[in-house]
Ligand binder design. Structure first.
Ligand code: ZN
Length: 271
């Protein structure tokens, strides 16, 4: 018991204001990184911050939920996911169930990249959010980011005089222990956006940092011979790197989201 010592220390030092109880070492993320060069085994790796040593389980869950940026998408879990998707097509069902297996496998010990490709509405976002939720359950920090939102944030933060810290946001994404990027569109962005995405992906590629990416792009390597923009090809080559990346194709018709409650329209105009 060190209560006496603690009490003495508290008496000797002014207590910080309640608003300041976010850890300065990790800014509340619960992990820190070592400053090492690329190629060092610790490059990009996350280490638990001292402040998490005395954390209660509920505190840890709350911290990981805050960090995750999942918001209302945390309702999308593996337990309310159709294990074979919603397509009546047996081939699509087979693909979807393989993707679910890969997604669950990834959460057990996140490493490498998991790339989920499929048309809009095929259930990629549900899978990606479920991965995030499972990571939180098992005490792993995962950051979920919708790519178009990310580009908006980066653009806004990039404006001169912006209160948002552009470098802070970018560093947060680069260093997330598990980063989940939903809805990556490698073809429909501006050169600036593609450069930013490339920098982010390249950092995580070089560090071999656990990353989940969903995209509605077909990721066809034959595009490399068609004169597609070079930035797109550079991103593509990383997404398709066989040493790092597991690519799951989900070809399915429109996916309507979880149905445990039967009717829960996303908007009031759902009829
Ligand atoms: Zn800390």
């Amino acid at each position: 018991m060190t209560e006496g010592n603690d009490a003495a220390r508290l008496a000797a030092e002014p207590e910080p204001a309640p608003a300041d109880d976010v850890c300065e070492r990790c800014a509340g993320a619960g992990f820190v990184r070592r400053t090492v060069r690329l190629g060092h085994p610790d490059f990009g790796k996350a280490f638990p911050c001292e402040c998490t040593e005395d954390e209660r389980e509920d505190q840890r869950q709350a911290r990981l939920e805050r960090y995750s940026n999942l918001g209302t998408l945390s309702r999308l879990t593996f337990s309310n996911l159709s294990p074979r998707g919603r397509s009546p097509n047996p081939q699509h069902q087979e693909l979807f169930s393989k993707a679910v297996v890969s997604a669950k496998h990834f959460t057990e010990s996140p490493r490498g990249w998991l790339v989920l490709t499929g048309p809009s509405g095929s259930g990629k976002t549900h899978l990606a959010a479920a991965i995030g939720g499972r990571c939180i359950e098992t005490g792993q920090a995962a950051l979920f980011m919708v790519v178009p939102d990310l580009l908006d944030h980066l653009r806004a933060a990039y404006q001169p005089g912006s209160a948002l810290g552009y470098d802070d946001l970018f560093d947060t994404l680069k260093s997330a222990p598990v980063l989940i990027l939903d809805d990556l569109g490698v073809q429909s962005s501006t050169p600036w956006a593609e450069e930013k995405l490339f920098q982010l992906l390249n950092h995580r590629f070089n560090g071999r940092l656990p990353t989940v990416i969903t995209t509605n792009q077909p990721l066809d390597r034959t595009a490399t011979g068609t004169g597609a923009p070079s930035q797109e090809l550079r991103i593509l080559s990383r997404l398709l790197d066989p040493d790092l990346s597991t690519v799951c194709r989900i070809d399915a018709p429109r996916y309507k989201g979880p149905q445990p409650t039967g009717r829960q329209p996303r908007s009031s105009r759902a009829r």
